[in-house]
Design a protein around this ligand. Structure first.
Ligand SMILES: Cc1ncc(COP(=O)(O)O)c(C=O)c1O
Length: 356
Protein backbone atom coordinates (compact mmCIF):
# COMPACT_ATOMS: atom_id res chain seq x y z
CA UNK A 1 0.00 0.00 0.00
CA UNK A 2 1.29 3.46 -0.75
CA UNK A 3 1.55 5.80 2.19
CA UNK A 4 -1.86 7.29 3.00
CA UNK A 5 -1.17 9.65 5.89
CA UNK A 6 -2.30 13.06 4.73
CA UNK A 7 0.65 15.20 3.76
CA UNK A 8 -0.20 17.87 6.31
CA UNK A 9 0.47 15.40 9.15
CA UNK A 10 3.64 13.88 7.83
CA UNK A 11 5.95 16.27 9.69
CA UNK A 12 3.88 16.17 12.89
CA UNK A 13 6.02 15.59 15.98
CA UNK A 14 3.75 13.74 18.39
CA UNK A 15 3.91 14.31 22.14
CA UNK A 16 6.20 11.89 23.96
CA UNK A 17 4.49 10.69 27.15
CA UNK A 18 6.64 9.78 30.15
CA UNK A 19 7.96 6.23 30.04
CA UNK A 20 5.70 3.48 31.42
CA UNK A 21 8.32 0.69 31.33
CA UNK A 22 7.22 -2.90 31.81
CA UNK A 23 10.71 -4.46 32.02
CA UNK A 24 11.19 -4.10 35.77
CA UNK A 25 9.79 -2.38 38.85
CA UNK A 26 11.07 1.17 39.01
CA UNK A 27 10.66 3.82 41.66
CA UNK A 28 8.44 5.77 39.28
CA UNK A 29 8.88 9.50 39.69
CA UNK A 30 8.51 10.47 36.03
CA UNK A 31 4.84 11.11 35.18
CA UNK A 32 3.46 13.14 38.09
CA UNK A 33 1.06 10.42 39.14
CA UNK A 34 -0.21 10.42 42.71
CA UNK A 35 1.61 7.75 44.75
CA UNK A 36 -1.48 7.00 46.85
CA UNK A 37 -4.32 4.76 45.61
CA UNK A 38 -7.77 6.06 44.60
CA UNK A 39 -10.10 7.15 47.41
CA UNK A 40 -12.14 4.64 49.40
CA UNK A 41 -15.36 3.98 47.52
CA UNK A 42 -13.89 4.47 44.03
CA UNK A 43 -13.13 0.79 43.33
CA UNK A 44 -16.60 -0.22 44.57
CA UNK A 45 -18.27 2.41 42.36
CA UNK A 46 -16.34 1.13 39.33
CA UNK A 47 -17.25 -2.49 40.12
CA UNK A 48 -20.94 -1.59 40.40
CA UNK A 49 -20.91 0.10 36.98
CA UNK A 50 -18.98 -2.75 35.36
CA UNK A 51 -22.16 -4.84 35.42
CA UNK A 52 -23.93 -2.20 33.34
CA UNK A 53 -21.35 -1.96 30.57
CA UNK A 54 -23.84 -3.18 27.96
CA UNK A 55 -25.56 0.24 28.25
CA UNK A 56 -24.20 3.54 26.94
CA UNK A 57 -23.19 6.08 29.54
CA UNK A 58 -24.91 9.44 30.05
CA UNK A 59 -23.40 11.69 27.33
CA UNK A 60 -24.24 14.74 29.46
CA UNK A 61 -22.42 13.21 32.47
CA UNK A 62 -25.08 15.07 34.46
CA UNK A 63 -24.53 13.43 37.88
CA UNK A 64 -20.78 13.88 37.63
CA UNK A 65 -21.07 17.50 36.50
CA UNK A 66 -23.47 18.18 39.38
CA UNK A 67 -20.93 16.70 41.81
CA UNK A 68 -18.15 18.88 40.38
CA UNK A 69 -20.42 21.94 40.38
CA UNK A 70 -21.35 21.31 44.02
CA UNK A 71 -17.73 21.18 45.13
CA UNK A 72 -16.71 24.31 43.22
CA UNK A 73 -19.87 26.32 43.99
CA UNK A 74 -20.92 26.74 40.36
CA UNK A 75 -23.81 25.36 38.29
CA UNK A 76 -23.97 22.29 36.09
CA UNK A 77 -23.97 24.50 32.98
CA UNK A 78 -20.60 25.90 34.07
CA UNK A 79 -18.99 22.44 33.98
CA UNK A 80 -17.66 20.40 31.08
CA UNK A 81 -16.38 16.85 31.69
CA UNK A 82 -14.06 14.94 29.38
CA UNK A 83 -11.88 11.91 28.92
CA UNK A 84 -8.81 13.50 30.56
CA UNK A 85 -7.87 17.16 30.49
CA UNK A 86 -5.70 16.65 27.39
CA UNK A 87 -8.94 16.21 25.43
CA UNK A 88 -10.30 19.48 26.82
CA UNK A 89 -7.11 21.32 25.90
CA UNK A 90 -7.26 19.91 22.39
CA UNK A 91 -10.90 20.92 21.93
CA UNK A 92 -10.21 24.38 23.36
CA UNK A 93 -7.30 24.91 20.96
CA UNK A 94 -9.61 23.81 18.15
CA UNK A 95 -12.47 26.03 19.28
CA UNK A 96 -10.64 29.19 20.33
CA UNK A 97 -7.14 29.08 18.78
CA UNK A 98 -8.07 30.28 15.28
CA UNK A 99 -6.17 33.56 15.73
CA UNK A 100 -3.16 31.89 17.26
CA UNK A 101 -2.28 30.64 20.73
CA UNK A 102 0.12 32.29 23.18
CA UNK A 103 1.95 30.23 25.81
CA UNK A 104 5.37 30.20 27.52
CA UNK A 105 8.42 28.75 25.77
CA UNK A 106 8.82 26.35 28.68
CA UNK A 107 5.51 24.69 29.52
CA UNK A 108 3.40 21.59 28.94
CA UNK A 109 4.63 20.04 25.68
CA UNK A 110 1.18 19.22 24.37
CA UNK A 111 0.37 22.90 23.69
CA UNK A 112 2.82 23.02 20.78
CA UNK A 113 1.66 19.61 19.51
CA UNK A 114 -1.98 20.75 19.44
CA UNK A 115 -1.01 23.86 17.49
CA UNK A 116 0.92 21.75 15.00
CA UNK A 117 -1.93 19.28 14.64
CA UNK A 118 -4.53 21.99 14.13
CA UNK A 119 -2.39 24.33 12.05
CA UNK A 120 -2.83 27.04 14.71
CA UNK A 121 -0.16 29.73 15.02
CA UNK A 122 1.86 29.12 18.19
CA UNK A 123 3.38 32.18 19.83
CA UNK A 124 5.89 30.94 22.39
CA UNK A 125 6.70 33.67 24.89
CA UNK A 126 9.99 33.20 26.76
CA UNK A 127 9.77 32.83 30.52
CA UNK A 128 11.98 35.27 32.38
CA UNK A 129 15.54 34.25 33.26
CA UNK A 130 14.31 32.96 36.65
CA UNK A 131 11.61 30.84 34.90
CA UNK A 132 8.73 33.02 36.06
CA UNK A 133 5.94 34.22 33.74
CA UNK A 134 5.84 37.98 33.17
CA UNK A 135 2.09 38.77 33.07
CA UNK A 136 2.82 41.93 31.03
CA UNK A 137 3.88 39.68 28.14
CA UNK A 138 0.25 38.54 27.86
CA UNK A 139 -1.33 41.99 28.18
CA UNK A 140 -0.71 42.93 24.56
CA UNK A 141 -2.88 42.02 21.55
CA UNK A 142 -2.56 38.45 20.33
CA UNK A 143 -4.35 35.11 20.20
CA UNK A 144 -5.84 32.90 22.88
CA UNK A 145 -3.74 32.73 26.06
CA UNK A 146 -2.88 29.36 27.60
CA UNK A 147 -1.11 29.25 30.95
CA UNK A 148 -0.44 26.18 33.04
CA UNK A 149 -0.68 27.45 36.61
CA UNK A 150 1.31 26.04 38.36
CA UNK A 151 3.45 25.69 35.28
CA UNK A 152 4.97 22.41 34.16
CA UNK A 153 7.75 21.37 34.28
CA UNK A 154 8.93 24.24 36.48
CA UNK A 155 6.23 23.91 39.18
CA UNK A 156 6.18 27.71 39.59
CA UNK A 157 2.87 29.53 40.00
CA UNK A 158 1.36 32.93 39.34
CA UNK A 159 -0.96 34.53 41.91
CA UNK A 160 -4.62 34.82 40.94
CA UNK A 161 -4.38 38.60 40.70
CA UNK A 162 -1.78 38.34 37.92
CA UNK A 163 -4.11 36.10 35.92
CA UNK A 164 -6.90 38.57 36.57
CA UNK A 165 -4.78 41.29 34.97
CA UNK A 166 -4.32 39.07 31.91
CA UNK A 167 -8.08 38.41 31.77
CA UNK A 168 -8.85 42.13 31.89
CA UNK A 169 -6.33 42.90 29.15
CA UNK A 170 -7.84 40.26 26.82
CA UNK A 171 -11.61 40.78 26.90
CA UNK A 172 -12.02 39.39 23.37
CA UNK A 173 -9.74 36.38 23.78
CA UNK A 174 -10.16 33.16 25.69
CA UNK A 175 -7.68 32.86 28.57
CA UNK A 176 -7.31 29.18 29.42
CA UNK A 177 -5.77 28.40 32.80
CA UNK A 178 -4.60 24.80 33.02
CA UNK A 179 -4.80 23.97 36.73
CA UNK A 180 -3.68 20.34 36.55
CA UNK A 181 -1.50 20.87 39.65
CA UNK A 182 -3.41 23.59 41.51
CA UNK A 183 -4.36 21.44 44.51
CA UNK A 184 -0.72 21.15 45.56
CA UNK A 185 -0.45 24.80 46.59
CA UNK A 186 -1.55 26.99 43.67
CA UNK A 187 -4.29 29.61 43.73
CA UNK A 188 -7.27 28.55 41.63
CA UNK A 189 -8.98 30.93 39.22
CA UNK A 190 -12.37 29.19 39.57
CA UNK A 191 -13.65 32.07 41.78
CA UNK A 192 -13.07 34.43 38.82
CA UNK A 193 -15.32 32.49 36.45
CA UNK A 194 -18.50 34.38 37.33
CA UNK A 195 -16.80 37.71 36.56
CA UNK A 196 -14.89 36.86 33.35
CA UNK A 197 -16.68 35.42 30.35
CA UNK A 198 -13.29 34.85 28.65
CA UNK A 199 -11.93 32.54 31.39
CA UNK A 200 -11.77 28.77 31.01
CA UNK A 201 -10.27 26.85 33.93
CA UNK A 202 -9.20 23.28 33.19
CA UNK A 203 -8.53 20.69 35.90
CA UNK A 204 -7.94 16.95 36.08
CA UNK A 205 -8.58 13.96 38.34
CA UNK A 206 -5.18 12.56 37.30
CA UNK A 207 -3.00 14.22 39.93
CA UNK A 208 -4.65 15.41 43.15
CA UNK A 209 -7.56 12.97 42.87
CA UNK A 210 -5.44 9.83 42.40
CA UNK A 211 -7.07 8.73 39.12
CA UNK A 212 -4.59 9.14 36.25
CA UNK A 213 -5.60 5.76 34.82
CA UNK A 214 -9.32 6.56 34.80
CA UNK A 215 -8.94 9.52 32.36
CA UNK A 216 -11.14 12.27 33.72
CA UNK A 217 -10.75 16.01 33.31
CA UNK A 218 -13.13 18.94 33.62
CA UNK A 219 -13.40 22.59 32.72
CA UNK A 220 -15.23 25.40 34.46
CA UNK A 221 -16.33 28.50 32.59
CA UNK A 222 -19.38 30.54 31.67
CA UNK A 223 -22.07 28.63 29.72
CA UNK A 224 -21.22 30.00 26.23
CA UNK A 225 -17.66 28.61 26.45
CA UNK A 226 -18.93 25.30 27.86
CA UNK A 227 -21.50 25.12 25.03
CA UNK A 228 -18.74 25.68 22.46
CA UNK A 229 -16.74 22.77 23.89
CA UNK A 230 -19.88 20.62 23.91
CA UNK A 231 -20.49 21.43 20.27
CA UNK A 232 -17.11 19.91 19.41
CA UNK A 233 -17.55 16.96 21.75
CA UNK A 234 -20.97 16.14 20.32
CA UNK A 235 -19.45 16.35 16.84
CA UNK A 236 -16.83 13.74 17.69
CA UNK A 237 -17.51 11.40 20.63
CA UNK A 238 -20.41 12.34 22.92
CA UNK A 239 -19.83 9.33 25.18
CA UNK A 240 -16.20 10.12 25.88
CA UNK A 241 -16.43 9.74 29.67
CA UNK A 242 -17.30 6.12 30.15
CA UNK A 243 -19.71 4.74 32.73
CA UNK A 244 -17.03 3.52 35.12
CA UNK A 245 -15.10 6.77 35.03
CA UNK A 246 -18.23 8.85 35.67
CA UNK A 247 -18.99 6.69 38.73
CA UNK A 248 -15.36 6.79 39.88
CA UNK A 249 -15.32 10.59 39.62
CA UNK A 250 -18.46 10.96 41.74
CA UNK A 251 -17.05 8.61 44.38
CA UNK A 252 -13.71 10.46 44.39
CA UNK A 253 -15.48 13.80 44.94
CA UNK A 254 -17.47 12.34 47.84
CA UNK A 255 -14.11 11.53 49.42
CA UNK A 256 -12.74 15.03 48.88
CA UNK A 257 -11.10 15.04 52.34
CA UNK A 258 -9.09 11.95 51.40
CA UNK A 259 -7.70 13.74 48.34
CA UNK A 260 -6.94 16.96 50.19
CA UNK A 261 -5.20 15.04 53.03
CA UNK A 262 -3.03 13.27 50.46
CA UNK A 263 -2.22 16.60 48.82
CA UNK A 264 -1.04 17.91 52.20
CA UNK A 265 1.16 14.83 52.65
CA UNK A 266 2.64 15.34 49.19
CA UNK A 267 3.30 19.02 49.92
CA UNK A 268 5.16 18.01 53.12
CA UNK A 269 7.18 15.37 51.29
CA UNK A 270 7.95 17.97 48.61
CA UNK A 271 9.36 20.39 51.19
CA UNK A 272 11.51 17.65 52.78
CA UNK A 273 12.76 16.47 49.38
CA UNK A 274 13.60 20.03 48.30
CA UNK A 275 15.65 20.51 51.49
CA UNK A 276 17.48 17.22 50.96
CA UNK A 277 18.27 18.01 47.33
CA UNK A 278 19.50 21.49 48.25
CA UNK A 279 21.78 19.91 50.88
CA UNK A 280 23.20 17.73 48.09
CA UNK A 281 24.06 20.84 46.07
CA UNK A 282 21.02 21.05 43.81
CA UNK A 283 19.29 24.20 42.69
CA UNK A 284 15.58 23.49 43.19
CA UNK A 285 12.92 25.78 41.71
CA UNK A 286 10.15 26.79 44.16
CA UNK A 287 7.34 24.37 43.35
CA UNK A 288 3.59 24.54 43.97
CA UNK A 289 3.03 21.24 42.15
CA UNK A 290 3.53 17.53 42.92
CA UNK A 291 7.01 17.59 41.41
CA UNK A 292 10.32 19.41 41.70
CA UNK A 293 12.48 20.75 38.91
CA UNK A 294 16.13 20.58 39.91
CA UNK A 295 19.66 20.77 38.54
CA UNK A 296 23.16 20.45 39.92
CA UNK A 297 26.50 21.72 38.72
CA UNK A 298 28.92 19.07 37.52
CA UNK A 299 26.27 16.60 36.44
CA UNK A 300 24.20 17.04 33.31
CA UNK A 301 20.46 16.48 33.43
CA UNK A 302 20.64 13.65 30.90
CA UNK A 303 23.52 11.99 32.74
CA UNK A 304 21.71 12.09 36.07
CA UNK A 305 18.51 10.75 34.46
CA UNK A 306 20.42 7.79 32.95
CA UNK A 307 22.34 7.03 36.15
CA UNK A 308 19.14 7.09 38.18
CA UNK A 309 17.39 4.83 35.68
CA UNK A 310 20.26 2.34 35.90
CA UNK A 311 19.62 2.29 39.66
CA UNK A 312 15.89 1.71 39.21
CA UNK A 313 14.68 5.29 39.75
CA UNK A 314 12.81 6.99 36.89
CA UNK A 315 12.61 10.77 36.64
CA UNK A 316 11.75 12.94 33.60
CA UNK A 317 14.42 14.68 31.56
CA UNK A 318 13.59 17.11 28.75
CA UNK A 319 16.33 17.54 26.19
CA UNK A 320 15.14 21.04 25.31
CA UNK A 321 16.71 24.51 25.20
CA UNK A 322 17.14 26.23 28.60
CA UNK A 323 16.11 23.18 30.64
CA UNK A 324 18.35 20.30 29.58
CA UNK A 325 20.36 20.61 32.84
CA UNK A 326 17.23 19.90 34.88
CA UNK A 327 15.24 16.86 35.83
CA UNK A 328 11.60 16.85 36.81
CA UNK A 329 11.06 14.68 39.86
CA UNK A 330 7.54 13.62 40.86
CA UNK A 331 6.87 13.61 44.60
CA UNK A 332 6.13 10.06 45.68
CA UNK A 333 5.80 8.48 49.11
CA UNK A 334 8.47 9.30 51.73
CA UNK A 335 9.92 5.81 51.05
CA UNK A 336 10.20 6.49 47.32
CA UNK A 337 11.91 9.81 48.02
CA UNK A 338 14.40 8.04 50.35
CA UNK A 339 15.21 5.72 47.44
CA UNK A 340 15.76 8.75 45.17
CA UNK A 341 18.04 10.52 47.66
CA UNK A 342 20.02 7.31 48.32
CA UNK A 343 20.49 6.78 44.59
CA UNK A 344 21.60 10.40 44.00
CA UNK A 345 24.01 10.22 46.96
CA UNK A 346 25.55 7.04 45.53
CA UNK A 347 25.84 8.58 42.04
CA UNK A 348 27.53 11.71 43.37
CA UNK A 349 29.95 9.63 45.51
CA UNK A 350 30.84 7.49 42.52
CA UNK A 351 31.43 10.62 40.47
CA UNK A 352 33.69 12.18 43.08
CA UNK A 353 35.77 8.93 43.35
CA UNK A 354 36.14 8.89 39.57
CA UNK A 355 37.35 12.50 39.59
CA UNK A 356 40.03 11.91 42.24
C1 LIG B 1 0.05 20.89 32.71
C2 LIG B 1 -0.71 19.65 32.38
N1 LIG B 1 -1.94 19.77 31.85
C3 LIG B 1 -2.67 18.69 31.52
C4 LIG B 1 -2.18 17.42 31.71
C5 LIG B 1 -3.02 16.26 31.25
O1 LIG B 1 -3.66 15.58 32.25
P1 LIG B 1 -4.76 14.47 31.97
O2 LIG B 1 -4.22 13.23 32.59
O3 LIG B 1 -6.00 14.98 32.64
O4 LIG B 1 -4.96 14.35 30.49
C6 LIG B 1 -0.92 17.23 32.27
C7 LIG B 1 -0.41 15.88 32.46
O5 LIG B 1 0.66 15.60 32.85
C8 LIG B 1 -0.16 18.39 32.60
O6 LIG B 1 1.07 18.26 33.09
Amino acid sequence: MSRVLDEKYQALQAYTPGEQPQDMQYVKLNTNENPYPPAPGVAEAVAAEAGRLHLYCDPQAAALRDAIAGLYCVKRENVYAANGSDDILYFAFMAFGGDGVRFPDITYGFYQVFCDLLGARAERIPLKEDFTVDPADYMVPGGMVVLANPNAPTGMALPRESIEGILRANPDRVVLVDEAYVDFGGESCVPLVERYENLLVVQTFSKSRNMAGARLGFAIGQPPLIDDLNRIKFSTNPSDVNRMTQAAGIAALRANDYAMDNCRRIVETRAQTARRLSALGFEVLPSRANFLFARRDQIGGGELYRSLKARGVLVRHFDAPRISDFNRITIGTPGQMDALIDAITAILEEQSHANR
